[in-house]
Ligand binder design. Sequence first.
Ligand code: GLU
Length: 293
Amino acid sequence: MKQTHLVTGRFAPSPSGRMHLGNIYAAFMSWLSARRQGGRWILRIEDLDPQRSKPEYARLIEDDLRWLGLDWDEGGIADGYCQSLRGGLYADALARLEELGLVYACRCTRADIMATQAPHQSDGRVIYAGTCRPHNCPPYARPEGPGARRLYVPYGESVDFTDRNFGRQHVVLAAECGDFIVRRADGAWAYQLAVVVDDALMGVTEVVRGADLLLSTAQQIYLYRLLGLTPPDWAHLPLITNEAGVRLSKRDASLSMEAIRASGATPDEVIGRVAALAGLIPEPAPVSLHSLV
Ligand code: GLU
């Protein structure tokens, strides 16, 4: 049920590996923001990708969060807040976009897309050249047959929003991402669509997450607009890097929760590390969640 009167934050991990310090930082900052405002906090397992998601990682994510004391009021495996169980809701949203005549079938492979794209974006982003886009203007007929489902982005469509940390953002979607996938050719739902449907239906009022999703936010706001939904507030967190200045990933074994817990660290020590990264305390030192709230 939507409870827009209450601040509602959420943590939405993908169970494709054990969490690392960067994930804990995002979870902690989102939890703390909700708790400081007396709000609720939801855990949603984003297991959309059948090849990469593993139920045992979802269980370990819950175990690590509980160990740290990052408690959720709603969601998680027991409540069935797993995207793999929510396909019907994403199908309804896709049907709505199809009714608007903004969706077409795309049969391009990744190799096709790379071949039509020059020069490549420096960050590896792929801007779709429109190869499969119908020649007529929208509204398009409901797409049939195999292939991914791609959402039309009008030339010049821009999104403006204010991020709590990064300030005002102005994104011209056609230039930054182009028409984007809402359902993959293998039938898997795209993150952008699922996250909007879920955050809206779960009554999320603020999204606190890593800055790697800042551009995705513009795509998500475009979807909120088309679906007639109200977007949450956004707070993107500067990405944490390792000593070499490289963004943490699930491959940094020493910073995984497995290594951290095996080292004998206490929950308060781990919270102290992320609290120091956030500048809440001057140096990493054991600190209780309670005292930070
Ligand atoms: N599931 C995404 C991830 O783990 C995060 C999605 C989000 O916070 O919007 O990277």
